[in-house]
Design a protein around this ligand. Structure first.
Ligand code: NDP
Length: 246
């Protein structure tokens, strides 16, 4: 397999870590971002102990200028970004009638506007080189909506609108753009949900358990291969059967 440079935003999180393991396992040079230098360094060392060398660069995906700097540093050190996984994300849950503007905008900035901030600085290079793989990590709740998550569901649904437009604009340039929509995966994000709520969620999952980060990473890695060059604009649900919409 050709060795390429891959950027996975939010690599220090549960799903991001698994994606980085897969992409490094495919032989790619991998990079990610940190906001807290100490946390970023601790995580980088843990990955190095596993034999995975990750270039860690400061970057806040909700800030356009920060993303321009982040991409420049990565490209200077590792070469052009050919594989981009827009994975960083947050939740700030509240029913809409009680939601603050801050809760709304933080979630939209980090999940949806980040797609602009991180993708815009890499897309022209991908078009010039006539090869690229872009994957958005959306969510089951962008597909089906979720009580208490109007901000998150709107942002995650918007990510797939971004995917299918970018897929059309860039198909002739060897660039595929796809979305992966995970259901509930046992990462910090989901383990922060009270146990009794989690039990109710698991009861709705036909497979009968939460997902594992590797189960998401496996699919993301597949989309980044040369062999997946005819798959673009797809939205792959990986959710244990929790939502089976079209
Ligand atoms: P985690 O909370 O474990 O990790 C989130 C990652 O995003 C962290 O690395 C965090 O970094 C980073 N991040 C958050 N905000 C920013 C920001 N402004 N700039 C840069 N990085 C940021 O989440 P998961 O691994 O569970 O989730 C990964 C993705 O998958 C998210 O987009 C999430 O919405 C989506 N998802 C998750 C599901 C789940 O069940 N876990 C289900 C469906 C979708 P830092 O350490 O700096 O906070």
């Amino acid at each position: 397999m050709t060795q390429r440079t891959a950027l996975v935003t939010g690599g220090t999180g549960g799903i991001g870590t698994a994606i980085i393991r897969y992409l490094a396992g495919q032989g790619h040079r991998v990079a990610s971002n940190f906001r807290d230098a100490e946390k970023g360094e601790r995580w980088r060392k843990a990955m190095a102990d596993e034999g995975i060398d990750v270039l860690m660069v400061p970057g806040d995906v909700s800030e356009p200028g920060s993303c321009v700097d982040m991409i420049k540093t990565i490209e200077d050190k590792l070469g052009p970004v050919d594989i981009l996984v827009n994975n960083a994300g947050i939740t700030r849950d509240s029913t809409f009638h009680k939601m603050s503007y801050q809760q709304w905008i933080d979630v939209v900035n980090t999940n949806l506007n980040a797609c602009f901030n991180v993708t815009r600085p890499v897309i022209e290079g991908m078009r010039a080189r006539k090869w690229g793989r872009i994957v958005q990590i959306s969510s089951i709740n962008g597909q089906k909506g979720q009580y208490g998550q109007a901000n998150y569901a709107a942002a995650k649904a918007g990510m797939h609108g971004f995917t299918i437009s970018l897929a059309q604009e860039n198909a002739k340039f060897g660039i595929t753009v796809n979305t992966v929509s995970p259901g509930y995966v046992g990462t910090d994000m989901v383990m922060a949900v009270p146990e009794e709520v989690r039990e109710k969620i698991v009861a709705q999952i036909p497979v009968g358990r939460l997902g594992k980060p590797e189960e998401i990473a496996h699919a993301v890695a597949f989309f980044t291969t040369d062999q997946a060059s005819w798959i673009t604009g797809a939205n792959l649900a990986i959710n244990g059967g929790h939502y089976m919409g079209w």
